[in-house]
Design a binder for this molecule. Structure first.
Ligand SMILES: Nc1ncnc2c1ncn2[C@@H]1O[C@H](COP(=O)(O)OP(=O)(O)OP(=O)(O)O)[C@@H](O)[C@H]1O
Ligand SMILES: [Mg+2]
Length: 255
């Protein structure tokens, strides 16, 4: 098995008197697709923001590619962040920039390429995501699903080693969901990209995840392969999967 490229140990985070992360241990294997599931508000977005160093834990260690980022200074952290692409839950596009400018932005920041080349790369990524003839539009003129896909194009334009997707399927129609799923799988197969995905879509989670981790009550309640998680005897896990609309719930008779 490959070594973890992301490794969290006993990560804790509190906001005021609300302790959201209460000792999270999580490993993401290099080249894997790892999906984090869990109820709304349990801290999934908070968790992935720790992985790219946007939030600092109160306690615990976070290693990226063997480097501890918790004690790291801002300039080194900026370097480490270049390994990542991140699709935020709220696409976080620049409203005053056109679609093309949004997608090109990371290239302008990090690559020295002729504008024509960058434009070509951006348009091709947009096309791959089913977005043609929108490059001159502004985010406010797009539907939620289109904005999400523009965010996805921007998050992956630098071909990062690790991509974090915070609910990439939410708000997309079934065909677009499949496209996004394909994109995550293709990135893994062809570019050896590691994906850390937060998802509420259990069907696609079971299809694409090498590993699933369920966050509940501030800790990882269960983790394993799709089969292992689906076979979990934990009643709470089974209920969560069942209520999410997939997987058979063969509840044991508890009389
Ligand atoms: N910057 C912040 N300051 C204070 N509280 C925060 C902050 N960010 C998140 N929280 C709180 O942490 C908890 C977890 O939030 P988070 O957004 O991680 O949930 P989630 O699991 O991603 O939910 P969802 O599935 O709805 O996206 C919530 O109670 C939220 O209010
Ligand atoms: Mg969230």
């Amino acid at each position: 098995m490959t070594r973890p490229i992301v490794s969290l140990r006993d990560v804790r985070k509190r906001f005021g008197d609300h302790e959201v992360l209460r000792g999270v241990d999580l490993d993401v294997d290099d080249g894997s697709i790892t999906v984090v599931i869990g109820p709304s508000g349990c801290g999934k977005s908070v968790l992935v923001k720790h992985v790219i160093g946007l939030l600092r834990p109160d306690a615990g260690t976070i290693q990226i590619d063997g480097e501890d980022i918790v004690a790291m200074g801002e300039s080194r952290l900026t370097e480490v962040r270049k390994k990542f692409g991140m699709l935020f839950q709220q696409s976080a596009l620049f409203d005053s920039m056109s679609v093309l400018e949004n997608v090109i932005f990371p290239l302008v920041e990090h690559r020295r390429l002729p504008f024509r080349k960058m434009r070509e790369m951006a348009l091709s990524r947009l096309e791959q995501l089913g977005l043609t003839h929108v490059e001159r539009k502004f985010p406010a003129e797009l539907s939620g699903g289109m904005r999400k896909r523009v965010g996805l194009a921007r998050a992956t334009i630098l071909d990062p080693k690790i991509v974090i997707y915070d609910e990439p399927m939410t708000g997309l129609d079934p065909i677009m969901c499949e496209n996004v799923e394909d994109m995550i799988l293709t990135a893994q197969r062809e570019l050896r990209v590691t994906s850390l995905v937060v998802s509420h879509d259990m069907a696609s989670t079971f299809r694409m995840a090498d590993r699933i981790a369920m966050l509940f009550d501030g800790r990882i309640r269960v983790q394993g392969t799709s089969d292992q998680v689906q076979a979990s005897p934990d009643e709470m896990v089974r209920k969560f999967i069942y209520l999410s609309g997939t997987g058979p719930l063969e509840t044991e008779a508890t009389a």
